[in-house]
Design a protein around this ligand. Sequence first.
Ligand code: DHB
Ligand code: FE
Length: 279
Amino acid sequence: MAKIIGGITTSHIPAIGRAITLNLQETPYWKPFFDGYPPIRQWLGEKKPDIVVLFYNDHGLEFFLNKKPTFSIGVAPQYISDDEGWGIATIPPVTGETELSWHICNTLVEDEFDITICQEMKVDHGLTIPLQLMWPGNTYGHIKVIPVCINCEQHPMPSLKRCFNLGRSIAKAIETFDKDLNVVVFGTGGMSHQLDGQRAGFINKPFDLMCMNKIVNEPEDLFQYSVRDLVEQAGAQGPELNMWMGMRGALNGKVTELHRNYHIPISNTGAGTMLLENK
Ligand code: DHB
Ligand code: FE
């Protein structure tokens, strides 16, 4: 049977892609951020996952405000990055996975999640930057990626609880898939940030740290925060925490925290990096 071995959280901001291209990892601004990744890369190197289920949000590339699925899943054999306007370099295509992706879609619909199933999908920095961070030199081609896209751009947005339950249903699908595959789940984005308006640049470190603590063994405590609360506490783009909830819902009740890093600011965000292993 397929097995979920752990979960990883990471920022996805486009400026990281630019820093990678320009080799700025060791500069004073970027070093405290990039130093959060070697332990995770080492773990990935040891565990050699076959598949990444990657919770991300599409920032207007594939789904603009005129068509906005709440939840969408990719079932394509390949995904092309076609990011616009952030100055990030062209990178190799991302390898997809079709069989388990469709199995996940079947389970989600049985579990009454009305998803949008994508046989074609362009992907943006929300999906590609995390892969570039985990597999330097864009060496992610051997990993099969299943994109799970959550609307974090246009209200109304799903609740933290709903996203957690989406993750649970995805875990149920993976654990009933009759192939010996190791799966890692990524929760990308966050943490507190606001990119525009009067509070542009707003970051809430105490709230971010509280979320990181809770996500380990008491994720349900976070259900008390509505999307409106997230906007107030963590900025207009704070609802990106929903991707972390999807990731956490896909893990077991008990997990071991193997690594964490938190650094502010990276561009406009609080960058939270975590490695959680399934118990
Ligand atoms: C930034 C953060 C994001 O989540 C994003 O999608 C784009 C930019 C930033 O802080 O620069
Ligand atoms: Fe984002």
